[in-house]
Every structure is written in C-alpha cells, then in structure tokens.
Design a protein around this ligand. Structure first.
Ligand SMILES: C[S@@+](CC[C@H](N)C(=O)[O-])C[C@H]1O[C@@H](n2cnc3c(N)ncnc32)[C@H](O)[C@@H]1O
Length: 289
C-alpha cells in the first residue's frame, strides 16, 4: 500500500503523455491533460530524444521493455475510453472510477457525460495531490469529478461511495478499474467486485485490466515475474494475477457475465498497433452485471 501519492499513477500518466506526443497518425490516445499532471521534472522527458529512443528503438525488439509497457498502458486507456463512450451513448447513468490516479476522463468526456455524475475513488494521498494539480495547472477546466478518498484495503467501496450523498445505487453504472486490481489482495478484489455487482443496476459494466503472471519455470518466465516484483521496491507490489482464460469463470463467480477479454496481442490488433511491441503479461476485461 502506498504511503504517499502513488508513483505508479504518475508513471502511467507519463506513458499517456508520451503517447499523446506521438504524431497523430501514429498514436492511439489523445490525453492533453496527462502532461500537465506530471511532476515538473518529468515533463521535459515526454518529448526528449531519450524517450523517443526508448519507444522507437526498443519497441521493435523488446517485448518487455518500457516502450512495450507504455504501449499497453496507452491501449488499455483507449479501449476503456471507447467502452465508456458506448456505455454513455447506450443510456448509462453514472460513472465510478476506482483508483483513479491522474485519469482525466471527467475533463475529456465532460460533453458526453452531459451532467451525469462521475465519481473518482482513490487512495487519499493520491487524490489530494491530483486535486491540487488541477487547481494549479488546469484552473480553467471544469472537472465533472466528485472525489471520494478511500483505501480499498481498509474500507469497503460501499462505505466510500456512501460518503457521496449523491451516489444512487441501483442505477446503470460504468465502473473503471484500471491498473489497480493487481495491487490488491484477493479479499479486497472479491469485496470490490461484489460491491460493484450489488450497487449497479442490471446492465452496469466494469472495465478492468489484470496482470497475468507468466506461468512456468523457464528463464524468461522467471525474469518477467522478477521484473514485476520490482514494483515492490516502490511500495506498490503486485499481489493478484489472473490469466485471460480464467477471467470468465472468475467474474461469473462474482455475478458478472464477461462480455470481452482481450490479451495484449488482441488489443494491439484491435487498434492496429501490430508494428509496436506491446507488453504481453496483461489483459483487459469488460464484465456486465
Ligand atoms: C497504477 S495507478 C492507476 C491509476 C489510474 N487508474 C490510471 O490508470 O491512470 C494505481 C492507482 O490505484 C490506487 N490504489 C492503490 N492501492 C490502493 C488502495 N489500497 N486504495 C485505494 N486506491 C489504491 C493508487 O492511489 C493509484 O491511483
């Protein structure tokens, strides 16, 4: 559990800023706020020759390098953006982002939201930092977000949402759980999914991504698991893994029907990013109540 604001939230925001800085024809995501949320010392790196080299040079060869991870982060965000837009177009009534970090959807999709409530739930320290950044760097923007500080390991999502007196259970709700589940214990995951199922009306959806720890004892599998374990050194160890083929049964055990599961390769094909190497050890899931 992070003690201060989440570093991984800043890292994925950095990856979105890098994607946004790519030429328009060659990017999957346009998040103009990502760069503005970054620590000042990180911002020159977004367009630096080193960042380009990491992306362009290593991408073609190294499926486990930073460029490949950056590609996955950009793809999952775009895929979730698209799912959100179709949910809203289909009559969705409210949105809840779990572990929101520097997610800028409340700003980017303000028009599509058209006044529908947008709740951001996050670890209190991360959320405080984000609110200060918005006030300082995007004062002109009107964020639709309603902020709810909560530590998923200590409080239930139901308790957290109850803090927002406007949140209405039983409505058609879109839950975003991006880059979070892998940092939680199995019990916290089960509790979150059970709460989502209980709070959302039939037809509510959750989109999330899962870390799929490479199985086996091969040198490469061990190397990839060791790489993932490095996140423990910044206080955000990976705790939960789910393979793509396990997803339907896992979500069914919590009362969801799995509408889509895409591994990294399928995600890259969806957005025609097949020329870039995409980090292989994650999948995305869209599950319906
Ligand atoms: C990798 S970041 C992802 C942020 C955001 N969803 C995104 O994709 O940009 C993980 C997020 O989970 C939050 N988080 C981690 N552990 C948490 C906990 N125990 N309770 C609440 N939030 C937590 C962190 O504060 C951080 O914002």
């Amino acid at each position: 559990m992070p003690r201060g604001p989440s570093l991984t939230a800043e890292a994925v925001c950095f990856f979105r800023a890098i994607e946004t800085a790519r030429p328009e024809a060659d990017r999957v995501l346009d998040d103009p706020y990502a760069e503005r949320f970054l620590p000042k010392s990180w911002r020159p790196w977004v367009r630096s020759p080193v960042a380009r080299m990491v992306q362009m040079g290593f991408n073609g060869r190294l499926a486990l390098g930073p460029g490949a991870l950056q590609g996955f982060v950009a793809l999952r965000h775009r895929w979730m953006d698209d799912a959100l837009v179709s949910f809203l177009a289909g009559g969705g009534e409210q949105v809840v982002v779990l572990g929101a970090g520097y997610d800028s959807r409340a700003l980017r999709f303000a028009a599509a939201l058209d006044g529908r409530p947008f709740y951001e739930v996050d670890f209190p320290a991360t959320q405080r930092k984000k609110q200060a950044l918005i006030a300082e760097r995007v004062p002109e923007a009107k964020s639709a977000a309603i902020y709810l500080p909560i530590d998923f390991e200590r409080e239930s999502l139901a308790e957290g949402l109850a803090k927002a007196h406007t949140f209405e259970p039983g409505r058609k709700t879109f839950f975003v759980w991006e880059g979070v589940a892998m940092y939680l214990h199995k019990e916290a995951i089960a509790q979150t999914l059970d709460t989502v199922r209980t709070l959302g009306a039939t037809g509510s959806e959750i989109v999330c991504d899962m870390w799929s720890a490479p199985p086996g004892a091969s040198f490469e599998a061990r190397l990839r698991r060791a790489g993932a374990a490095l996140l423990g050194t910044i206080g955000e160890p990976l705790k939960f893994s789910l393979q793509p083929d396990e997803a339907p049964a896992f979500f069914a055990s919590h009362g969801f029907e799995t509408a889509e599961v895409l591994d990294s390769e399928a995600l890259a094909e969806r957005y025609r990013l097949t020329r870039r190497k995409i980090f292989p050890d994650n999948c995305v899931v869209r599950a319906v109540v």
